[in-house]
Design a protein around this ligand. Structure first.
Ligand code: 0L1
Ligand code: MG
Length: 263
């Protein structure tokens, strides 16, 4: 099979799985010719199909596998990125229906919004902080289209890094007076603490993850654009969600983001 045909084939399987909320088997077993470059091209095509179908636009990007623990679990030594669409932004104020998801999980994140473009290949933590308009607490819903969340790095890149939804909290702060490494985090489900962590759980500094992504994007002539939202990568492990659950992340010195789920 030629590259174009392969991209189209896998992208349409993943797009349909997401639209109709069903699980599929991982792709690497059926298509051993997959490479990282092809997987990111499939991701682009999946995003294109979804944005056409929903009439949605790219609102930003997200990082995943930013913690050493998650990288070791997957046997990789670098993170991955995916694309956020504006239709993935979900409300804090009203219950979120779980009908459209397959087996959703939720995780606490730090969201960055940029006032300037960040272009690799030599983006640094300092440049990311300087280009940041503000940061805010966020939650990300991940919903792998693969059976039992079982995949390799190439599979999950093609599946747009399991992206499914995001919730932005507040307030918004400029990052100047915050130490994002030492910023404490409390993640709660139904009032019970699930995990505590600090910003340093994300590659030593959340802005380091963003710099990594800017440098990776430069390999294909892309950049982080002004106005885009970027989710840094989770500060701890994701938890599964069910109707009735109320999830909150509190970030020290920043504020909180919360979400309530219904069937
Ligand atoms: O946002 C994330 O960290 C998810 C990355 C993909 C891996 C997963 O679905 O657990
Ligand atoms: Mg995430």
């Amino acid at each position: 099979m030629g590259e174009t045909e392969l991209i189209e084939k896998i992208a349409s399987i993943l797009f349909k799985a997401e639209r109709e909320a069903f699980e599929v088997d991982r792709m690497v077993d059926r298509y051993p010719e997959l490479t990282s470059d092809l997987a990111y091209r499939i991701q682009n095509r999946v995003v294109e199909l979804r944005s056409q179908a929903e009439n949605s636009r790219i609102s930003g990007r997200k990082l995943g596998l930013t913690s050493v623990a998650k990288q070791q679990m997957m046997g990789v030594d670098e993170p991955l990125y995916g694309v956020l669409l504006d239709r993935m932004l979900l409300p804090e104020e009203s219950p979120i229906s779980l009908k459209a998801f397959i087996h959703p999980k939720i995780e606490p994140e730090l969201a960055f919004v940029f006032k300037r473009e960040i272009k690799g290949p030599a983006a640094s933590v300092a440049e990311v902080l300087d280009a940041t308009a503000y940061v805010m607490p966020a939650l990300e819903i991940i919903d792998s289209r693969y059976r039992n969340f079982s995949f390799t790095l190439l599979d999950v890149i093609a599946d747009n890094a399991s992206s499914a939804g995001y919730i932005l909290g507040g307030p918004c702060y400029k990052p100047e007076r915050l130490d994002l490494r030492l910023m404490g985090m409390v993640f709660k489900k139904n009032g019970r603490i699930l995990s505590t962590s600090t910003g340093a759980a994300v590659m030593g500094h959340p802005a380091r993850a963003i710099a990594w992504m800017a440098n990776k994007l430069a390999e294909t002539g892309q950049s982080i654009r002004p106005g885009e939202v970027v989710l840094s990568g989770a500060l701890c492990e994701a938890t599964s969600i069910a109707p009735g659950d109320e999830i909150t992340v509190s970030l020290d010195g920043l504020g909180k983001a919360s979400a309530v789920f219904t069937d």
